[in-house]
Design a protein around this ligand. Structure first.
Ligand code: ADP
Length: 384
């Protein structure tokens, strides 16, 4: 395991912005890194070798993986059978295909939490819309509830809240998880990292604020305003999960703090995560370098933040579609502690994630003030 160390050939399934930032971190150690992505000139293309192909296609993943020593992911919806075969052929695959299989299915994830007595919202697994109607008639499912497709949900697609009977015609007619709607006070995320030898490092929890309808992260803050006990509880859960799910690499854990003060696990992602972008500037070891340390079985780097940070998503301005034009960059760069990351997506469209901005500083009030100013100044538009 990890025998080639720094000389390993690393293959990443997915070459989006997460793959790009992973490749940027890999460049610090001059690692040999390739990404598999179908998009021409995917974001990671600037800093990694891109192989064009579909990370959901068995043959494409197998052929790509056979050229690598270590295979990892930047997106979890990838072809699992090919990863199992690569492991059988002696390749190192992180996270392990069995852990990834559990996480790819939101139903299995929820059953895992229940089996291990980990706090999560009440749920029931259903086959289709008819099944949901039957359970409503039997008073087993009550309004309001959340329906989540078991597979291939991403960034809010495949998740919907059903408030009342009149909305039942929206139901997805597919295998799903039905969850009790949580009265959310705060949405929290925490990153855990674990290397092959089992060393674990936990980052500070962050608070996330989402766009009310598009379900995209607008704003994130670290450290967040949890009290000491809640923060400890969140970190302990992340520690337990990364160990019990047997993850090598990063595990991003999304949680809810409900209005009664309960901490509930929402879902996990076994890869670098958008909730950890601030770690590039705000933590001694970025999530991307930490992921590389994990899969190369290097000692993990310190994680805890010693500054205040706010992360803003840079989303395509509503009303504009076409070649992206960035307004306000220079003005924002003139402000202290502002770090702009553009993902290199050629085309903008309304609410498309085009980049992110991290604002760091010692004083939370200053950081908030600058973040407000940045969000007013910077815009992604296109010629109309
Ligand atoms: P995705 O995989 O698309 O990110 P999530 O499970 O994170 O899906 O759900 C998306 C959003 O929907 C969450 O960030 C949260 O705001 C809301 N949500 C999810 N589950 C619940 C729930 N049980 N109760 C209330 N809101 C929820």
């Amino acid at each position: 395991m990890g025998s080639k160390g720094i000389n390993s050939k690393i293959g990443v399934l997915g070459g989006g912005q997460l793959g790009k930032m992973l490749a940027q971190a890999a460049a610090d150690w001059n690692l040999d890194i390739s990404v598999l992505d179908p998009t021409p000139q995917a974001p990671a293309n600037c800093c990694a070798k891109q192989v064009h192909g579909d990370f959901n296609n068995y043959d494409n993943v197998l052929a790509f993986g056979q050229q690598q020593d270590i295979i990892t992911i930047e997106i979890e919806h990838v072809n699992l059978e090919a990863l199992k075969e690569l492991k059988r052929l002696g390749k190192e695959v992180y996270p392990d295909p069995s852990s990834l299989g559990l996480i790819q299915d939101k139903g299995l994830q929820k059953l895992f939490y229940r089996e291990h007595q980990l706090p999560t919202s009440e749920f029931i697994i259903v086959d289709n819309a008819v099944h949901i109607h039957q359970l409503i008639e039997q008073n087993i499912i009550a309004f309001p509830f959340v329906q989540k497709l078991r597979r291939a949900g991403y960034d809010g697609r495949g998740v919907q809240i059903i408030h009342e009977e009149s909305e039942l015609d929206k139901l997805f007619n597919e295998p799903s998880v039905i969850e009790q709607k949580v009265a959310i006070h705060k949405e929290i995320a925490v990153l855990a990292a674990r290397n092959i030898s089992g060393e674990i490092m936990i980052y500070d929890p962050v608070e996330m604020l989402f766009h009310p309808t598009a379900n995209l992260l607008l704003y994130q803050e670290c450290p967040c305003t949890l009290n000491g006990d809640q923060s400890e509880q969140v970190k302990n859960l992340a520690h337990t999960l990364i160990e019990k799910m047997n993850i090598v690499g990063l595990l991003a854990v999304e949680l809810f703090l409900d209005k009664k003060g309960n901490i509930l696990i929402n879902e996990v992602a076994p890869r670098p995560h958008n909730s950890g972008h601030h770690t590039i500037e705000a933590c001694p070891t970025s999530q991307f370098q930490q992921h590389l340390r994990c899969i190369l079985d290097f000692p993990l780097g310190p994680a805890l933040t010693n500054v205040h940070s706010i992360l803003l998503n840079l989303l395509g301005e509503p009303g504009y579609q076409g070649e992206a034009i960035y307004e306000g960059i220079e003005e924002c760069l003139a402000l202290d502690g502002v770090y702009i990351h553009l993902y290199g997506k050629k085309e903008t469209k309304p609410m498309r994630k085009m980049g992110h901005i991290t604002i760091v500083g010692k004083d939370p009030v200053y950081v908030k003030k600058i973040a407000t100013s940045v969000s007013e100044k910077i815009k992604v538009i296109a010629h109309l």
